[in-house]
Write a protein that binds this ligand. Sequence first.
Ligand code: NAD
Length: 350
Amino acid sequence: MATLRCAVRAATRASVAPRFTANVRALGFSTSSITGLSVREKEVPVTTWPAPKDGRSSIPVTPKKNSDFEVDAEENEDIYPLTKEAYSKMSPTMQKMSVHGKTIVITGGARGLGNHMARACVEAGAENLVIFDANQELGEAAVRELYEKTGLPVTFFKVDVRDEDAINAAVDRAVEMYGVPDVLVNAAGIADSNIKAEEYDSKMFRRLIDINLTGTFLMSQAVGRRMIAAGKPGSIILVASMSGSIVNYPQEQSCYNASKAGVVQFGKSIAAEWAKYGIRVNCISPGYMDTALNRVPALEAQKKIWRSLTPQNRLGAVDDLNGLCVFLASDASGFMTGSNVLIDGGYSCY
Ligand SMILES: NC(=O)c1ccc[n+]([C@@H]2O[C@H](COP(=O)([O-])OP(=O)(O)OC[C@H]3O[C@@H](n4cnc5c(N)ncnc54)[C@H](O)[C@@H]3O)[C@@H](O)[C@H]2O)c1
């Protein structure tokens, strides 16, 4: 290691091209086309211990086009629950990153991002799953599919997140069935866009705030109260949006943006208040995602602009939040609370 560091220092000190090339050779890099400032290797030497079975010690470098990195849009519809046996064979680090044995409530779990996060929780070891959603048909279909594919107990409550009494009745019943939840994921939400602030109908404005922000409060309060009363630590995950931190372009959508900024700040506030009860609260803030919410003809032209403003040049896939959701639900994120994590393909870099 010390020899390598000396060699690197020597290479760095070299100021003229021939000496630099000689030192690079001494380090074992191939020098096929190191000319001036341009470095274009034709192959990359690889050293692996133990030696790989195929005996390869270098890989060819083939220039790639942007299209080579496009994500396969095909969705995997299968669900693979984490079995107790598989869990027992996992390393301590991976066990901590699972949600083994946890009871998880997910709002908006009937479709879209919420539904895919529900699937991910099952694959990560959830013991019971509860879906809250306002859409009866989709909710029924979602729990039937989850149960048929996994055998896991799953319950759907047709509840509108604006309805405080219905929420409390359903949370009480869920507690009777499965005990106090370990995790709440708030994904239910709606969007309005392309409405100028000066023309926004105040009833529509109130409705959106009621669903996205007040609904988040009502669900968090209902589940949080039961966690506090039971002295049970838990994790609350709020699906906000990058729109809570940036202003989208070109569409005008002041109400949605304000609702999600409210969700982020509400999340931080209860994270601070409830840390003493062992309840963690974090936000996931997605960028543009390819879900039904955005599959409306009026947005087609704007999607091109959205992509062009996103370094990854694509919309997020419907399962792109899954890994973060499981991580935030798991004990691996035990020291994380009050965070707002962007998943936006780099949109907010610009
Ligand atoms: N799709 C995106 O580009 C995007 C980007 C950032 C944030 N988000 C947020 O992610 C969340 C999920 O979005 P999605 O794209 O999966 O949307 P979606 O419309 O596909 O799914 C939303 C789900 O929430 C349910 N829902 C809506 N209103 C409800 C209510 N009042 N009570 C209970 N359930 C209700 C719907 O029935 C549906 O099942 C939303 O909060 C949304 O604001 C989405």
